[in-house]
Ligand binder design. Sequence first.
Ligand SMILES: [Zn+2]
Length: 117
Amino acid sequence: MDANTLEGYRRRLVEVRRALAGEVVARTREGFALGTDAVQDMADEAANTYARQVLLGLSERERRQLLEIDGALARIERGEYGICEACGEPIAPARLEALPYATLCVECKANQEQGEG
Ligand SMILES: [Zn+2]
């Protein structure tokens, strides 16, 4: 992978990271606000609990995504970016375009998902 292509991925990762971090912070705040709001009756309480779970669920997933992005940035630093962690083969450019923080090539990802059932 040439330096310009790599720099392009790095910029995209940094951008996605910045956007995600902002969203996680915003949603976490929203989650706390919902949790501390005065609850008027049982129906409201149930609705608030549900909304809080959804919000925290989203931010949890996004925190994982942030970790994956950090991992990809670290691999760029180490010169290992774009290499499948399972088989050591280069990950297809089309896959990196779609998922810049992919750690597995298409074949290994498919194998992993089969293994997970
Ligand atoms: Zn692989």
